[in-house]
Write a protein that binds this ligand. Structure first.
Ligand code: AMP
Length: 285
């Protein structure tokens, strides 16, 4: 059964009541157009908490004016049906005015790890993400919040914010759910034509081959970037490659020389007009 809440005070008082009754609250923030990736987070939360809250909010402050805010997929009825098939959850679906009323002025920013990778190409993006997630955390007051590895940098930034602001919320990182050909599920995959969709599998394939070569020692860390970029560009449908390399998964500094025990292979590129990101964690030793 889905319980739908639209107002901030209603959501806040529901959460307060649940906590007072000793119920643990799991929280899954989303922008809707739900797919199996989102639902895997919801299932995990349902299994680990007394009550699960799923928010659906397309957050305008994390989109630059040139980005896809207006055409971002919206399907609230479909989303509610999918949530209903998972179990009993509270769907928090506020309006933009509810979250950012007239005169709104406060922003939350994590420094240092938000200016690189996605942050370099989407200035202000993470500030929008941390601002809305901080607000949602204050409204929902969860014990645990669930994020996907698909957006690894986002999850690390949020974990840092949650710790730095002493929220006491446990940030749970969940594995990336993929299509059969390896493409990470994403609401934005809907933008792809069938030809583009086929081409998009090059991302996972290239990351996987790079990780296998690094693991076997037949590729040196210092050569990984060149190898990965060449693999990606070999597909004629691939447009701008914003970044494709190996990174330190804590600092997000690019690893250029010696390999490390833990490395993040991460990619952001365009296929047609669609920006796709993906990543893979590689543990050696
Ligand atoms: P979004 O609606 O794109 O903002 O995503 C909401 C949450 O779902 C974020 O924590 C994402 O990392 C997570 N998510 C999105 N796609 C996937 C996926 N394919 N596998 C696992 N988690 C995902």
């Amino acid at each position: 059964m889905i319980d739908r809440i639209a107002s901030v005070p209603d959501m806040a008082s529901r959460s307060k009541g649940l906590s007072q009754n000793g119920k643990s609250i799991g929280f899954v923030p989303t922008m809707g157009a739900l797919h199996e990736g989102h639902l895997s987070l919801v299932r995990r939360s349902v299994s680990e908490n007394d009550v699960t809250v799923v928010s659906i909010f397309i957050n305008p402050t994390q989109f630059a004016p040139s980005e896809d805010l207006d055409k971002y997929p919206r399907d609230i009825d479909g989303d509610l049906e999918k949530l209903d098939s998972v179990g009993s959850v509270i769907a928090f679906i506020p309006s933009i005015d509810e979250i950012y009323p007239e005169g709104y002025r406060t922003y939350v920013n994590v420094e240092g790890i938000t200016e690189v990778m996605c942050g370099e190409f989407r200035p202000g993006h993470f500030k929008g993400v941390t601002t809305v997630v901080a607000k949602l955390f204050n409204i929902v007051r969860p014990d645990r919040a669930y994020f996907g590895q698909k957006d690894f940098q986002q999850a690390v930034v949020i974990r840092k914010m949650a710790a730095d602001l002493d929220t006491g919320i446990d940030i749970v990182l969940c594995p990336t759910v993929r299509e059969e050909d390896g493409l990470a599920m994403s609401s934005r995959n809907q933008y792809l034509s069938s030809e583009e969709r086929k081409a998009a599998s090059v991302i996972y394939r290239s990351m996987f081959e790079t990780s296998e070569m690094l693991r076997s020692g037949s590729l040196m860390a210092g050569d990984a970037r060149g190898y990965l970029v060449k693999k990606l560009r070999a597909n004629k449908m691939v447009g701008e490659v914003q970044y494709a390399s190996i990174y330190d998964p804590v600092t997000f500094e690019e690893i250029r020389g010696e390999g490390a025990e833990e490395m993040l292979i991460a990619v952001a590129l365009y296929i047609g007009g669609t920006r796709l990101i993906d990543n893979m964690l590689l543990k050696l030793g």
